[in-house]
Design a protein around this ligand. Sequence first.
Ligand SMILES: *[C@@H]1O[C@H](CO)[C@@H](O)[C@H](O)[C@H]1NC(C)=O
Length: 198
Amino acid sequence: MEFHLRFLLTNFIGVHAFFFFISLATAELPRLQHPTKVDGSLSFLVVGDWGRKGAYNQTQIARQMGKIGEKLKINFVVSTGDNFYDDGLKSINDPAFLNSFTKIYKAKSLQKPWYNVLGNHDYRGNVEAQLSPNFRSVDSRWLCMRSFVVNSEIAELFFVDTTPFVDKYFVRPKDHKYDWSGVLPRQHYLSNLLKVTH
Ligand SMILES: *[C@@H]1O[C@H](CO)[C@@H](O)[C@H](O)[C@H]1NC(C)=O
């Protein structure tokens, strides 16, 4: 296995997800194809910790993203998790989806696919809802899965669900409730994830 480039994305709340470019394909993660631009290049923005219903300067940052996105003619947006503060989405009808996503990232250049993974805050909500493909009928940009690959000819981006690796969310959840449906039994989930990504 040969690594060309590797980014570790972290933020001040926690480590959510990492993606890296790799030359070798793994067969078992869901794979999405995303073409490059006609000149063979690829541009995208990466954002995390954003769903604040416009507060905490989210709206201002969204506007700046729109300008940069236009300049770079981005192909897509990557989101590293903590998509909806504080506690993820409650259901498929949660208005936070519109108020933190659709109505915030309105710029023309951001009307591209958004490749999302879950963060620890998302795991405090209804995970199945946030992962639901039904959101695509609300906003066709939305794509959220636990772990997957985006293949873009010149690069493969690996999205890996790292929140379940963090012990403290299991052993010291404090007053937070995490939705681990689909993750338990944890050891099985983690070893399978390591197998398909290695
Ligand atoms: C928004 O950004 C301004 C300018 O950087 C900053 O002074 C302010 O504290 C920010 N507001 C919030 C709620 O983070």
